[in-house]
Write a protein that binds this ligand. Structure first.
Ligand code: FES
Ligand SMILES: [Fe+2]
Length: 444
């Protein structure tokens, strides 16, 4: 499927928009909500399969396939000869090797095992290299036509690489039935003018349940307690833990909650949007006026392994010289890493409790403040029943953990980058002090 065809699919799948907030009143008067007592309800059109943001455009290097897993399935992304992005199942059709450690040469994917090269259409372009001429059988040509790569539809928009994931890679992209419109994931579709912002980005890997990480990012209450000392906002501290008036809407493409201070003179605290299956958008006020937007994309690498791409868009501090001088990027990364490290142990142990069945056994009682979380689980449960994504590429305890081990690249699972960032801050601060002092000493 080419770009035009994908656009065409998107238009067809756009469908009519509907809006309904009627379900909010069902639980407004309840002091507590139990996890089990409510039958899952779901007004969202999309389930767990569909468009996922996988990485940033900058992660795709010219000569190297970018590898990752989603719902256990190993995939690679690379740029082909025509500079189209390709997302390919990580399986060489010669003898089943992985493309990890392979290369991209002249826009062709090269297997690290015997050097077979593949065009983006899946054909092997250098069969003579992997076949001895004297034993070529009469079906040599048939072999060449049978060999192929399996692919998913892949798109690059706004510096993100998205794939349309349905768990069934295909040799021919035109066979995909795209039932989810990628526009539903894009911020411009919700009134944000994203071109007027600058952003910083970090990637974080959690050894825990993907769905729990999303729950954490939809949760307002823990910000004050867990991150109160880290978030640079005097209104967010342990001393001012507070509940809010909430306005929650569940529509076809999103769940959104607006949190307003109970003291009306203080206005709005924050808004959170959940755009299934994996995107969360956090901002304040009307989209067109928001000074900052935090965008969190969650990728279910494998069971209990989740990756989050965090982007913080801002309308302030846009001058490059000034931001470089003030180490704005490094300092913001420091806050990100600290926030996610703070969440990490909670998420891991919560994952354990979930695996042990403690959370499912009606042992937890949600509060009125957890409405957003409850709505999210409503969606998740009905989507899981419908899509059962973990059954598409199931593993058992004997399955080699190579992909899981490799996938933990970023803090907090691997704190190396965090340490590097802290070191960079120290060195830069020292330089900023030492250089002027040295100059003064020279003059004297
Ligand atoms: S397994 Fe890939 S070239 Fe042989
Ligand atoms: Fe958190």
């Amino acid at each position: 499927m080419n770009e035009d065809e994908i656009e065409q699919f998107n238009k067809i799948s756009l469908g009519g928009e509907s809006s309904s907030a009627s379900a909010i009143s069902q639980i407004n008067n309840k002091k507590t909500l139990t996890n089990q007592s409510q039958k899952p309800t779901n007004q969202l059109k999309n389930g767990l399969l569909g468009w996922y943001a996988i990485c940033s455009s900058k992660d795709i290097k010219n000569n190297q396939p970018y590898s990752f897993t989603i719902y256990n399935e190993p995939l690679v992304i690379y740029k082909d000869k025509e500079a189209n992005l390709r997302c390919v199942k990580d399986l060489c059709p010669h003898r089943g090797a992985s493309f990890i450690g392979g290369e991209v040469i002249d826009g062709e994917l090269v297997c690290p095992y015997h050097g077979a090269r593949f065009s983006s259409r899946g054909e092997c372009t250098n069969l003579s290299r992997i076949t001895c001429n004297h034993i070529v059988d009469s079906n040599y040509d048939n072999y060449a036509s049978k060999i192929h790569l399996y692919q998913y539809v892949c798109k690059e928009i706004g510096g993100y690489i998205y794939i349309y994931y349905d768990g069934k890679a295909k040799t021919n992209l035109s066979e995909f039935e795209i039932t989810d419109n990628i526009n539903n994931r894009l911020l411009n579709n919700y009134g944000f003018d994203i071109s007027s912002y600058k952003y910083e980005e970090v990637v974080v890997d959690f050894k825990c349940d993907w769905a729990r990480v999303i729950e954490n990012h939809l949760d307002i209450l823990h910000l004050f307690w867990v991150h109160g000392d880290t978030i640079p906002d005097n209104e967010v501290t342990r001393d001012v833990i507070t509940s809010f008036n909430q306005e929650i809407t569940r529509e076809e493409n999103q769940i959104e909650s607006k949190y307003k201070y109970k003291d009306k003179s203080k206005g709005e605290f924050i808004r959170i949007k959940f755009l299934p299956p994996g995107r969360i958008v956090i901002y304040k006020g009307q989209p067109e006026e928001a000074r900052y937007i935090q965008v969190l994309d969650h990728i279910p690498l494998s069971k209990n392994k989740a990756r989050v791409i965090v982007r913080h868009y801002r309308k302030f501090m846009k001058n490059k010289l000034l931001t470089d001088l003030l180490l704005f990027k490094q300092l913001q990364h420091r806050v990100f890493y600290k926030v996610f490290s703070e969440d990490y142990m909670i998420l891991r142990t919560q994952t354990y409790n979930n695996q042990m069945g403690y959370i499912e056994k009606d042992n937890v009682k949600l509060l009125g403040e957890d409405k957003m979380v409850q709505y999210y689980w409503d969606w998740f449960k009905s989507s899981d029943i419908k899509d059962h994504p973990w059954e598409l590429h199931p593993k058992d305890s004997d399955t080699n953990t190579v992909h899981e081990d490799r996938s933990m690249l970023y803090p907090p699972a691997n704190p190396k980058l965090e340490r590097q960032n802290n070191k960079s801050i120290l060195i830069n601060v020292a330089l900023r002090i030492l250089i002027p002092v040295g100059l003064i000493l020279l003059i004297l």
